[in-house]
Design a protein around this ligand. Structure first.
Ligand SMILES: [Fe+2]
Length: 307
């Protein structure tokens, strides 16, 4: 079983036009397709058709995550494992999602849905695939992000979902939080070569805490914080900060529908092979440092505001 990356997030938004503007002008994605009620977007450094689907909806939140597998036969294997675990499994036909082949949608114990697929239309890098100039044309006020990096979902029983992703879908657990009785309440899971693509934390079932886009360096991140403030984009109380988890430099903000976004850089690399690297373990009393390293504490809304 080989999931190779978090490929896309499919988000519900309450105003499709405003959402597309936000992800184009504030985040720096390009629009790669449109269907009735949906916009597909991609970051410059990814060749697949999309890293984000925006769905016109009555409320914000997560529709599903898309995970790319390394071989077509991985789809059936994942479907079998999910069915054996008592989880809901649905097959989607090629083309049900624009630019994407057949896929299998699994509803996790947390009620979040993950859509596993192998084939995606190859649209190439935004700079082109032949003699590319490294500088993008027509950049409008913001350096584009590199790629969709990871997402944090919340649920009432993180241990159940962490176990399924680790034990059945072969994610590597790179960092975690355990209660004094040994219960897993927080997990950072990797399917690629950086320390997390999916993370699971306590909260209401099906909740989305944030999706994160990777930027090139800290100087770029500092400039982005300036631009977020300058443009009146809703942000968390903090500007630039750092996580103890992953050690990344980070800032949070919201799209117009209330889905939390993150810009981050500096995640360390891991093997991505399940069980090869022993996870870092955080105690509940150290979550302040784990979450906001400089401040050492976490504002209440960081836990309570999810979409
Ligand atoms: Fe994050």
């Amino acid at each position: 079983m080989a999931i190779i990356r978090l490929s896309y997030a499919s988000l519900n938004v309450t105003d499709l036009g405003k959402a597309e503007q936000h992800y184009a002008k504030v985040v720096g994605l390009r629009t790669t397709g449109k269907t009735e009620g949906r916009v597909y977007m991609q970051a410059p450094d990814s060749q697949d058709h999309h890293c984000l689907i925006l769905n016109e909806s009555a409320s914000a939140g997560l529709c599903h995550f898309g995970l790319k597998v390394s071989a077509p036969e991985d789809l059936q294997e994942a479907a079998d494992k999910a069915a054996a675990a008592g989880l809901k499994v649905e097959w989607l036909k090629a083309g049900d999602i624009l630019g994407q082949g057949e896929s299998v949608m699994i509803t996790l114990p947390s009620t979040h849905r993950i859509n596993l697929f192998h084939h995606s239309e190859d649209i190439g890098y935004e700079t082109g695939m032949r003699d590319p100039d490294p500088i993008l044309k027509n950049v409008d006020g913001v350096n584009p992000v590199s790629h969709l990096d990871h997402a944090l979902m919340v649920c009432s029983n993180p241990a159940e979902t962490i176990r399924f992703l680790r034990d059945e879908l072969d994610f590597n657990l790179s960092e975690c939080g355990t209660a004094p009785d040994g219960t897993l309440f927080l997990g950072f899971l990797s399917a690629g070569n950086t320390m997390h693509q999916l993370a699971v934390a306590p909260g209401p079932d099906g909740g989305l805490h944030h999706i994160a886009f990777y930027v090139y360096d800290r100087a770029d991140l500092i400039r982005r914080v300036d631009l977020l403030k300058h443009r009146g984009v809703p942000t968390l109380e903090y500007g630039l900060t750092r996580h103890g988890v992953a050690g990344v430099t980070t800032t949070y903000f919201f799209d117009p529908s209330g889905n939390r976004n993150e810009f981050q850089c500096g995640a360390y690399e891991t093997s991505g092979a399940s069980g090869r690297v022993r996870p870092i373990n955080w105690k509940p009393e150290d979550l302040g440092q784990a979450t906001f390293y400089y401040e050492g504490s976490v504002p209440e809304q960081f836990y309570t505001v999810v979409s």
